[in-house]
Design a protein around this ligand. Structure first.
Ligand SMILES: Nc1ncnc2c1ncn2[C@@H]1O[C@H](COP(=O)(O)OP(=O)(O)OP(=O)(O)O)[C@@H](O)[C@H]1O
Ligand SMILES: O=C(O)C1=C[C@@H](O)[C@@H](O)[C@H](O)C1
Ligand SMILES: [Mg+2]
Length: 181
């Protein structure tokens, strides 16, 4: 039995939650397009996110991020992986709820840290104590992520594909988002 996506699913959560990895697997399961706001910004600017932060600053990045998210939400229903900070913006939250459904991939701090610690592609973690920075972001941002329509708790034992399956199981309880065909 196939499933048809009726609205765009926006995945939200901190760096390392799996928005990109799980989103890619979920889109495959739903036979839907996969979009990643970070990736779209990188393509349009022809620069990495770290380079954009360095050259133009975070607030410029946030403006571009809002524009890209608004544009991507206008297309046909898709799985949209958002940047880790996108859901902090009230404008972005409103756009997402008007046009789609937000799902928080909720991973514990230690799991997030295990996944991001060896990569230097995340400019916000270019600090003297990146673990403390991640912990601060985790504490500041959880109340905002909790505003998402749905939450899927990440289990450290899950593979990417199993986590995508857990998201799909929750989506099946939402006939306004997916329908059997
Ligand atoms: N069960 C799992 N769920 C999600 N990611 C997993 C899992 N197991 C391993 N990973 C790995 O953890 C990393 C998650 O990072 P990913 O880039 O998907 O996060 P993100 O939420 O998109 O972060 P960012 O906000 O920085 O873009 C990937 O390298 C992924 O392969
Ligand atoms: O958590 C954040 O604020 C960010 C997460 C990444 O997805 C990128 O959007 C960027 O590195 C900022
Ligand atoms: Mg990502």
């Amino acid at each position: 039995m196939g499933l048809r996506l009726k609205k765009t699913i926006a995945l939200v959560g901190l760096m390392g939650a799996g928005k990109t990895a799980v989103g890619t697997a979920l889109a495959r399961k739903l036979n839907a397009p996969f979009l990643d706001s970070d990736e779209e910004i990188v393509k349009a600017a022809n620069m990495s996110i770290a380079e954009i932060f360095e050259r133009d600053g975070e607030s410029f990045f946030r403006q571009k991020e809002s524009q890209v998210i608004a544009r991507l939400l206008q297309g046909r229903p898709a799985v949209l992986s958002t940047g880790g900070g996108a859901f902090m913006s009230e404008t972005n939250r409103r756009e997402i709820s008007r046009n789609g459904v937000a799902i928080w991939l909720d991973a514990d701090l230690d799991l997030l840290w295990a996944r991001v610690r060896h990569k230097d592609s995340r400019p916000l973690l270019h600090t003297a104590d990146p673990y403390a920075t991640l912990r601060n972001l985790y504490n500041q941002r959880r109340p905002f992520y909790a505003l998402a329509d749905l939450t899927v708790k990440a289990d450290p034992r899950y593979s990417v594909d199993e986590m995508a399956g857990a998201v799909l199981a929750i989506l099946k309880t939402r006939p306004d988002v997916v329908e059997a065909m």
